[in-house]
Design a protein around this ligand. Structure first.
Ligand code: ATP
Ligand code: MG
Length: 633
């Protein structure tokens, strides 16, 4: 079926459309109503239906594919690879679920999971899903403060942690962070379950609170834990947004809608079915990790690769080597990761047999044209941008290569996904923006299945954060967008990333794009610095592909960037200063933290910097500011 026809059906006859899609998953009790929309914007999809994520991801495949790998966890940090068949996964998840029950975890209880990309993180998630507990995975790279914030919000009965993670060969002990977080938290979890990989021989257990998983696993080797059938709209998990813009929010996901949206998108977007292999490089701590490392691929009976390690270690070809070795069909990564690879020899892209690889999907931040072109040409594969949010749980804008691939337009994440009624609205007047006119991207409710149902414990915040921006009841994405004449959308950045230069509103994203077209540039961040005359002026911070470039080369590159911006966007966008730096401040999920650049530039309060990946990046920016720009007006 053609994309247009199916999309139209999803909008005009949503109940019929979703009733059809719901057949892709197993229901213990079929839904009574496909959509209950009695209290807008809250909505209940598949109301009255009973199902279970773990059953759909694991048990359902036992008959047809018991010996097929379900998960392959590869760690280039520990050097260990673990391939787990559906039969083994079923066993491990039952064992883990029995351990959870022994520790007093039941239906509706929250469980915080603080682990790196190791296979036990998936066992823990699936075990929670099995017994109806609500998991909240906290990215293992977050420090004690972030963990404590999330603990206090979720109030877990149990925290499951690894003894340690590893990054670039260095052991990062988790247990001291867990202890510190528990000390900081107002409501620390009564029990902590530790999954040890032998990375921290000095790990100290706190009697009465800490429990070692190994003996429990031994005890419950043969356990069979019945599946808890849950009403479709019961919470399945909480995931806190990554915090690029402020205090994290506990995005709450349901059970049935989530499963149905994943099953649909695995087929039509990611083009992965039973027995096929998907490799998402995400961490389980992000939305992509939940949807497309764990639940999505397993729900459709595919094989999913989990990767712990750097994209450049042992060499910059490691991801492509894994694609060749496991016959990966679909790969999913982020523009940040590709920019890291872009600093390496492109020959790595050609070294391995990628005949099975069909698609490379990228998401999470704007995909700039030079990065997209570099990787697409280097691999000789189509690169598919897709736009979504932790809140939505699956793509909002994308192409559907599994169904009917429309032409790729570089710079655009594509067309609306099924069930998303998208509009672009003028932020002041609330009027519909015309073709090629900029506005805020909004979703007309009801949000489709798979999207958040609320903010955990705070319906008022849910309404205020997303539905209070316009007179009409609309979900604001808080991102700028335009829709072109062909119906393709372009994302122009976050609504808080717009600068006003002498009365002209400019997206920092557009300027970054222009800067990035300069061949010397690896990555750029643009902020609007206060200016007495113009209100704000663009200031560029850029890293170069050649980090060893000398002062002359850095100055030449900076001048070249300014030329590019002026040529592409005109004099209003002309940067006031360009700083060439060796690192840019990013969140742990790889997103530019522009507000920290702005704060340093203007010597104001940078706010919460706890999600910052590498504090050295801030020092680097401070040094650059003291040293002075490589180019100034
Ligand atoms: P927080 O909401 O806590 O500030 P965050 O928005 O960075 O954090 P995510 O939900 O991971 O957390 O990111 C979603 C955002 O990332 C989108 O709203 C958008 O700004 C950006 N984004 C994601 N994918 C794309 C894409 N393909 N193109 C452009 N921007 C994207
Ligand atoms: Mg966001």
């Amino acid at each position: 079926m053609r994309y247009e026809d199916l999309y139209r059906r999803s909008i005009e006859q949503p109940e019929a459309f979703w009733a059809g899609e719901a057949r892709a998953i197993h229901w213990h009790k079929p839904p009574g109503r496909i959509l209950d929309y009695a209290e807008p914007p809250f909505r209940a999809w598949f109301a009255g239906g009973e199902t279970n994520l773990c059953y759909n991801a694991v048990d359902r495949h036992l008959a047809a594919r018991p010996d097929q790998p379900a998960l392959v966890a590869i760690s280039t940090e520990t050097g260990v690879t673990r391939s787990v068949t559906y039969r083994e996964l079923h066993r491990e998840v039952n064992v883990f679920a029995a351990a959870l029950l022994e520790l007093g975890v039941g239906r509706g209880d929250r469980v915080v999971i603080y682990m790196p990309n190791m296979v036990e993180a998936a066992y823990a998630m699936l075990a929670c899903a099995r017994i109806g507990a609500i998991h909240s995975v906290v990215f293992g790279g977050f420090a004690a403060h972030n963990l404590a914030l999330r603990i206090d919000d979720a109030q877990p009965k149990l925290l499951i942690a690894a003894d340690a993670g590893m990054r670039a060969g260095k052991v990062i002990r988790y247990k001291p962070l867990v202890d510190e977080a528990c000390a900081l938290a107002r409501t620390p979890p009564p029990r902590v379950l530790l999954v040890r990989r032998g990375l921290d021989p000095d790990l100290a257990m706190i009697p009465g609170r800490d429990v070692d998983y190994a003996p429990l696993r031994e005890n419950y080797r043969d356990a069979e834990v019945p599946v808890a059938w849950l009403e479709s709209n019961a919470p399945s998990y909480l995931l806190y947004t990554s915090g690029t813009t402020g205090k994290p929010k506990g995005v709450q996901r349901d059970v049935g809608g989530h499963a149905v949206a994943l099953a649909l998108s695995m087929r039509t977007v990611f083009d992965v079915g039973p027995g096929q292999v998907m490799f998402s490089t995400s961490d389980v701590g992000w939305a992509v990790g939940h949807s497309y490392n764990v639940y999505g691929p397993l729900i459709v009976g595919a094989t999913s690769l989990l990767y712990e390690g750097l994209p450049t270690h042992p060499d910059a070809g490691i991801w492509w080597q894994l694609c060749a070795e496991y016959g990966v069909r679909t790969m999913f990564s982020s523009p940040t990761a590709i920019r890291v690879l872009k600093k390496q020899d492109p020959a790595w892209l050609k070294k391995h047999d990628l005949s099975q690889l069909k698609w490379l999907f990228l998401a999470g931040e704007p995909l700039d044209d030079p990065t997209a072109t570099w990787i697409s040409e280097g691999l000789g594969k189509p690169v598919i941008d897709n736009y979504w949010q932790t809140e939505t749980g699956w793509p909002v804008l994308c192409l559907q290569p599994g169904l009917d691939l429309k032409p790729v337009k570089f710079g655009s994440p594509g067309l609306p996904n099924f069930g998303y009624r998208l509009r672009v609205i003028n932020e002041v007047t609330g009027a519909e923006a015309g073709a090629d006119e900029k506005g805020v991207l909004v979703i007309q409710p009801p949000l489709p299945p798979g999207c958040l149902t609320t903010i955990w414990g705070d319906d008022a915040r849910f309404l205020k954060s997303y539905f209070s921006h316009f007179k009409e009841l609309l979900y604001s994405s808080l991102d700028w967008a335009i829709r072109d004449r062909d119906g393709y959308f372009f994302i122009l950045g976050r609504t808080d990333d717009v600068i006003n230069v002498a009365g002209h509103r400019l997206g920092t994203r557009e300027i970054e794009e222009a800067v990035s077209t300069h061949p010397a540039v690896a990555e750029a961040a643009v902020i609007g610095a206060a200016d007495e005359i113009k209100g704000q002026v663009p200031v560029v911070f850029a890293t170069l592909r050649n980090a060893a470039a000398d002062a002359d080369a850095r100055e030449a590159a900076a001048a070249g960037m300014v030329e590019r911006v002026t040529a592409m966007l005109g004099g209003v966008a002309r940067p006031a200063r360009v700083y060439v730096v060796n690192a840019l401040p990013k969140t742990r999920s790889g997103k530019l933290l522009r507000r920290s650049l702005l704060a340093l530039t203007q010597k104001t309060d940078p706010g919460d910097l706890s999600t910052l990946d590498d504090p050295n990046a801030l020092e680097e920016i401070k040094r650059a500011l003291v040293r002075g720009p490589e180019w100034h007006a």
